[in-house]
Ligand binder design. Structure first.
Ligand SMILES: [Mn+2]
Length: 393
């Protein structure tokens, strides 16, 4: 049994206000080509299909075309999809009954009442059955009909759902899931493009997946195994500057007989345009501009001690997609030190207004400021930090 494991397509995502439509189209085409070449029995998509619960028409069109072409090219192959935390479970499972006839199985929401169970697809090969369980992103609140007292953690919620399933331990079992899994409290290596979780309530321990021969996870954007045969396959594209050096891949898994080590391979994905971090003096950065790099997404840090006049103007002439421009020299390091000291004594509103000015190169409009004041007030009230004087100018 051979299958592809992909996740976190985040179709419709922008990178610092640049649309990634062409990059996403290109990488989805590459995945179709890889499927043609390798002939897997199934393609598993472990959540975060879209970047938003209300994807744009363009994003829906892109996924539609991907799914249709993948299915048409390989009509015998199964396509298994679960919703992630970025997806709307309801929307994503649209037309799922009809799609099932084309071997496309989409699970948007977890079981919500008695009598409902996880979607399961059973495939067979020379070694017998492989049961694929589809566990879409689950929050404790999804399960409120099961129990008077709500589940207090994600761990309890997932445990509850898995215990209701009659997992056949003699057969091979695979699960698709999009929770924030940790291994005995050890967190996976994260990137800047995942939604940051606060506190520990979202964590689910991988020991819950002990009955599965392979755990096909989504959510974390850097490919990594997190113990046993439980794996985050990562995003197909770099979705933040922090992922600039990450190799993005499709995970290809081959399962043979029960109890045998699965063969896990990574098929490299080459993006249409790379995300790069460039650091150096202005003249060095300008000299680096050879070949395709000028079309790449670049995050530039200038290290000149004598700062150039309007460097952005010169850089823009050559680099077409500049994500951000920073300076790292003696002056900025000193400023940062002083600023850090100052900011500790500032009230949150002043600190944020300063941050906004620094990032956007202008002061807030009255409307923006009023909104920020409201937010800061609410946050400080809720966190018990007390009230702050808001009339600051
Ligand atoms: Mn994601």
């Amino acid at each position: 049994m051979k299958f592809f494991h992909i996740s976190d397509l985040h179709i419709g995502k922008q990178l610092h206000h640049y649309s990634l439509k062409e990059e996403q189209e290109h990488i989805l085409n590459t995945i179709i080509d890889l499927a043609k070449r390798e002939g897997p029995d199934a393609v598993l998509m472990a959540g975060d299909i879209y970047d938003s619960g209300v994807p744009s028409a363009e994003a829906v069109g892109l996924f539609d075309s991907f799914l249709t072409r993948l299915s048409r090219t390989m009509p015998e192959m199964w396509i298994l999809v679960i919703a992630g935390n970025h997806d709307s479970g309801k929307r994503i499972s649209f037309a799922s009954d009809i799609l099932a006839k084309h071997r496309i199985c989409i699970a948007g929401l977890p079981p919500m009442e008695e009598g409902e169970f996880l979607k399961k697809v059973v495939l067979e090969d020379a070694w017998g059955r492989v049961n694929f369980y589809l566990l879409p992103f689950t929050k404790p609140s999804h399960l409120r009909k099961f129990k008077k007292e709500p589940f207090s953690s994600y761990q309890e919620a997932v445990e509850f759902l898995l215990e209701r399933e009659q997992v056949e331990r003699e057969e091979r079992n695979v699960i698709l899931s999009h929770q924030f899994y940790t291994s005995s409290g050890r967190k996976p290596e994260q990137s800047d493009s995942e939604t940051i979780s606060v506190g520990g309530i979202e964590q689910v321990d991988i020991s819950l997946l002990k009955d599965f021969d392979y755990g096909a996870l989504g959510h974390i954007h850097k490919p990594q195994n997190i113990g046993g045969h439980v794996r985050y396959c990562g995003t197909p594209l770099a979705y933040s500057v922090s992922e600039a050096e990450q190799a993005k891949t499709v995970t290809m898994v081959t399962l043979e007989g029960k109890g045998e080590e699965p063969d896990i391979r990574e098929l490299p994905l080459m993006p249409l345009r790379r995300v790069r971090k460039l650091k150096g003096r202005l003249h060095e950065i300008l000299e680096m501009a050879q070949g395709s790099i000028v079309e790449d997404y670049v995050s530039i840090t200038l290290t000149d001690e004598i700062e150039a006049y309007e460097p952005m103007e010169q850089l823009k002439e050559i680099y077409h997609r500049i994500l951000e421009l920073g300076v790292d020299n003696k002056r900025t390091r000193e400023v940062t030190d002083i600023f850090l000291e100052e900011v500790e004594d500032m009230n949150p509103l002043t600190a944020f207004l300063g941050f906004f000015r620094e990032m956007r190169g202008r002061d807030m409009t009255e409307g923006e400021r009023a909104l920020t004041e409201k937010v800061v007030l609410r946050c400080t009230e809720e966190s018990g930090e007390g009230e702050y004087e808001t009339d600051l100018y």
